[in-house]
Design a protein around this ligand. Structure first.
Ligand SMILES: [Zn+2]
Length: 234
């Protein structure tokens, strides 16, 4: 399902129909061609009709998705937080691959994510001031980080999609963890830029934001404890 969304969204193909097909020979794939991981191994990563290679990212996606979900399950008992983080992780996986491959973060993912995040916040009766502080930090800091990036790299690294994603993240995980996410995502972005062969290439910052926000979900307690220990004013 995720690979279908990742392939079709940038190509403006409906995600509901037609059913999965090979991008080269356009033959429709049978259900037994689409069993995650198993089909990839049995077909040696190739289309069963024309032998076109599906690419390693396809397998990586099929391996990482259950692993990331399992880690969420281990860390959160079934309940509000579990479902909240499952939705957020699903969005992160899609955004990571979309931004990495095509440098896009579609509104079709970020805007519903903001709405779902707000619903969860109201459901769990979150403090409104904390919520607004998060949105302010999520949106505001990224705009400043974007301008700094632009000064250093002489190119636009942060777009509207990144800012909407950052706002969604802040609604889901709170302002303290958003600060960590923005900081760690920027570190990853800088490392990518340093090791990138094509310096003119845009940095997939949304992919790094998604990855660091996922880390924030998993190590949230530890990060907040460090925050209280070293950075809290009191
Ligand atoms: Zn084919």
């Amino acid at each position: 399902m995720f690979s279908l969304i990742i392939y079709r969204l940038p190509r403006k193909i409906s995600i509901f129909k037609p059913s999965s097909f090979c991008e080269i020979c356009h033959q429709h794939l049978k259900f037994y061609h689409k069993i995650p991981i198993i089909s990839y191994i049995l077909l040696k990563g190739k289309c069963p009709y024309c032998s076109h290679k599906f690419g390693f990212n396809h397998l990586l996606l099929e391996l990482l998705t259950p692993l990331f979900f399992l880690i969420i399950y281990i860390n959160n008992p079934i309940g509000l937080n579990f479902y909240k983080y499952l939705i957020l992780t699903s969005a992160f996986i899609i955004i990571f691959f979309l931004d990495w491959e095509n440098r896009i973060i579609p509104n079709l993912i970020t805007l519903p994510l903001i709405v779902i995040g707000l619903l969860f916040s109201f459901w769990s009766k979150i403090n409104i001031i904390q919520l607004f502080l998060g949105i302010l930090i999520g949106g505001g800091i990224l705009t400043i980080v974007g301008l700094v990036y632009q000064c250093i790299t002489k190119q636009q690294a942060i777009g509207g999609g990144d800012i909407k994603l950052s706002i969604a993240i802040s609604i889901f995980i709170g302002w303290q963890l958003t600060l960590f996410t923005l900081f760690f995502g920027s570190v990853l972005g800088i490392v990518y830029y340093i090791f990138s062969h094509k310096k003119s290439e845009t940095i997939p910052y949304g992919a790094f934001l998604s990855l660091s926000a996922y880390i924030s979900i998993i190590y949230g307690k530890e990060i907040l404890n460090l925050w209280i220990k070293y950075l809290s004013p009191s």
